[in-house]
Design a protein around this ligand. Structure first.
Ligand SMILES: [Zn+2]
Length: 244
């Protein structure tokens, strides 16, 4: 059993607005490989930019499509872990609860979290790589990279690739949620990838309590008011219990 500092629990119980940012560590506990881990076997010989960038897609749409098909298959087999479920339950305990994720596997929604702010998109969604703006559910004809029925351009997975900017509306929501919370959690993220680090900073600058839950100390640990190291799937259910 984890003993949380009593001051931390009382501050959390008093909070009206809580914002949570989750990263790859949370998905990893459900067996979702991180991007680096996904580059194994068949994919090991490629650089990340050869599998996940607009240039790579222009050069070889089929290769990129197949890489994401593999990643999606892995995500489809995965089920949410106790960390995901605890976060879904936590949203009911506070007046305002915002869940921001860097993960693209959709596991927070599967666990029952409502309105997840997805900074890096969603593996289960596709969009047109042309200008028509079509967004839809994953389709696959099993042969080549499929094309948009509207305009004929190749379809691509709706995730953020290297060299692409984050979806504006989601980023805006994430910034607002970070600037207007009483407690900010950074869970399962190294804090190196932007805007993860800056969201936490924004929260802290506005006086929020900053909590880090991660396997190990990270780039943002020195900013955290409270640090809890270990698996989020073990820590979050106990935190939820402490709040009830
Ligand atoms: Zn199109």
């Amino acid at each position: 059993m984890i003993t949380f500092p009593s001051e931390f629990i009382s501050r959390l119980k008093k909070a009206k607005s809580v914002t949570v940012l989750t990263g790859a560590g949370v998905s990893k506990e459900s067996g979702i490989p991180t991007f680096r881990d996904a580059q194994s076997g068949l994919w090991a010989k490629y650089n990340p930019e050869e599998l996940a960038s607009p240039d790579a897609f222009r050069r070889n749409p089929r290769l990129v499509w197949d890489f994401y098909k593999d990643r999606r298959t892995a995500a489809e087999k995965a089920i949410p872990n106790p960390g995901h479920f605890s976060l879904a339950k936590m949203e009911k305990l506070f007046e305002t609860f915002s869940l921001i994720t860097q993960n693209v596997d959709g596991l927070h929604a599967s666990a029952g979290s409502s309105s997840v702010i997805e900074l890096h998109g969603n593996l289960h969604r596709i969009k047109c790589s042309g200008r028509c703006g079509m967004v839809g559910h994953w389709v696959d004809d099993g042969l080549a990279a499929p094309r948009c029925q509207k305009c004929g351009a190749f379809l691509r997975v709706d995730v953020v690739w290297f060299g692409e900017s984050l979806p504006e509306a989601e980023l805006e929501k994430a910034m607002l949620a970070s600037q207007n919370c009483d407690v900010f959690f950074s869970i399962g993220t190294s804090g190196v990838v932007q805007p993860a680090a800056s969201l936490g900073l924004m929260a802290r600058d506005r006086g929020a309590v900053f909590v880090e839950i991660n396997y190990e100390p990270s780039a943002i640990s020195r900013l955290a008011d409270y640090k809890i190291y270990g698996q989020s799937g073990t820590i979050l259910p106990q935190l939820l219990q402490a709040l009830l």
